[in-house]
Design a protein around this ligand. Sequence first.
Ligand code: ASP
Length: 296
Amino acid sequence: MARNLLGIADLSPEEVYALLERADALADGATPQRLAGRLQANLFFENSTRTALSFGIAAGRAGVEVVTFPTEASSLSKGESLLDTARTVEALGADVLVVRHRDAGAPGRVAAAIGAAVINAGDGTGEHPTQALLDALALRRRFGGLDGLTVAIVGDLRHSRVANSNMLLLPGQGVRVLAAGPTALLPDVLPPGVEVVRSLDEAVSRSDAVMTLRVQRERLEDALDLSAIDYHREWGLTAARLAGAKPELAVMHPGPMNRGVEIADEVADDPARSLVLEQVRLGVPARIACLEWLLT
Ligand code: ASP
């Protein structure tokens, strides 16, 4: 049976630590293992910019051949099912399938149907484990380690697979996680070790890093009775809202950012605080480390 990376539960805290050590070394210039002769198939049934590109780049650095499944132009439009598509891709020789899908659990169903490894590249409101790994890597490199940090996750946690994976990964590495957002956008149940705080100001003042999230309008069950302007006033990260922050506070966002809604330009582009592009950059070594873990 191949290993899979469907969610953070597939990794013990020790494995997370080891992956972060390896990704850190890769980010400092260590040579990726040669995984030549292996084939990665990217199956993105939802849009992606950063994740799709960086999985492609990561594979290239490790010598893995990549095929990108044309979700628009394929036989899916003739009604072929996800599982038959996955079996077909495996029959063509794929060793690892990188799957993004709007349905939570879809990558898990693929993994159960095939023998090749599966990486969840974001499944609906489920998980996005490689995003959490790269976020943890960005924090570790910024602060020299994770143990003892406080990280606030702010905004639409209810629909965020990024938040879900981070809330599972970070406490296992000794990080205190605070959750803050409009009540309608907070999950009904939070993982153990995650503390709800009621205001952005409290989240900011207690934290070493604030991770702000996009409102996932495409996943809202009911209309949100907060306009973008009201949202920005209450939950938007602005320079004024960061006045009470620790001097070394870092700001994170998984992208795509809605500037002027959850984050103001002056914060997104603040070179002293913003880790946004560093997160993107570290997606490559984090994903190389994942490929090495899955394929060797
Ligand atoms: N890019 C992230 C994801 O795919 C976050 C977002 O879309 O807001 O989950």
